[in-house]
Design a protein around this ligand. Structure first.
Ligand SMILES: [Mg+2]
Length: 212
């Protein structure tokens, strides 16, 4: 295993920072103010789009002909520094990992850059793959995973995916990747390693390596 694919939101920082809530609010506002959807219909529509397409954006493209670039710009227009600060412990852990490292997010590269800058970890990743990597098709669809593997010129067997989303890890496992779940809750059978916090990754991987 020589490639580590990191999810961004609620993986490289914990959900307690509540950064994603700011984006959530922006998504709702976009649907009401830019698309013209009645406010009381937004929640159920988002739930339906999540279930059917993985992300809200896919539903808005299909059913409301929304410009994906306008959406991505609008919803990620949040001040990440109100929720995130440099994380030297995370930075040191990443720096000590011998594997190639990339970010693989359903958000935008712009948002990923802001988050990585706020955490002080930008230079620890060779690249960022965002929702554009497979024509706005999000994880957990297999298409973006395949596009990432092709771009990195690697195979699933050489990759581990680090994620807070069980759905996204299920696809990773189906494709043949090692799956590392970050965060609280139950451990599904398709998860190879479950960590409370991404900062525990370095120690966990070196233990695994040392095991016979
Ligand atoms: Mg996430």
């Amino acid at each position: 295993m020589d490639v580590l694919l990191f999810d961004l939101d609620n993986t490289l920082y914990p959900p307690e920072r509540e950064l994603f809530n700011l984006i959530d609010v922006r998504i709702n506002r976009f649907m009401v103010e830019q698309v013209g959807i009645p406010a009381d219909a937004v929640d159920s529509l988002r739930r339906a789009y999540w279930a059917a397409y993985g992300v809200t954006l896919q539903g808005l493209i299909r059913h409301y002909d929304v410009d994906p670039e306008a959406y991505l710009h609008y919803v990620h227009d949040v001040d990440v520094t109100t929720r995130l600060a440099p994380d030297p412990e995370l930075r040191d852990m990443l720096a000590a990992l011998p594997q190639r490292k990339a970010v693989f997010t359903n958000g935008s590269t712009c948002h990923a850059d802001r988050v990585m800058n706020a955490l002080g970890i930008t230079d620890q990743f060779e690249t960022v793959f965002d929702i554009r990597v497979a024509g706005y098709r999000p994880k957990p669809y297999p298409e973006p995973y395949r596009a990432v593997l092709a771009a990195l010129d690697t195979t699933p067997q050489r990759c581990a995916m680090i994620e807070d989303s069980r759905d996204n890890l299920r696809t990773a496992k189906q494709l043949g990747m090692t799956t590392i779940l970050v965060g609280p809750g139950a451990t599904p059978a398709f998860v190879d390693l479950h960590l409370p916090d991404v900062r525990a990754l370095g120690a966990a991987l070196s233990l695994k390596e040392a095991a016979p």
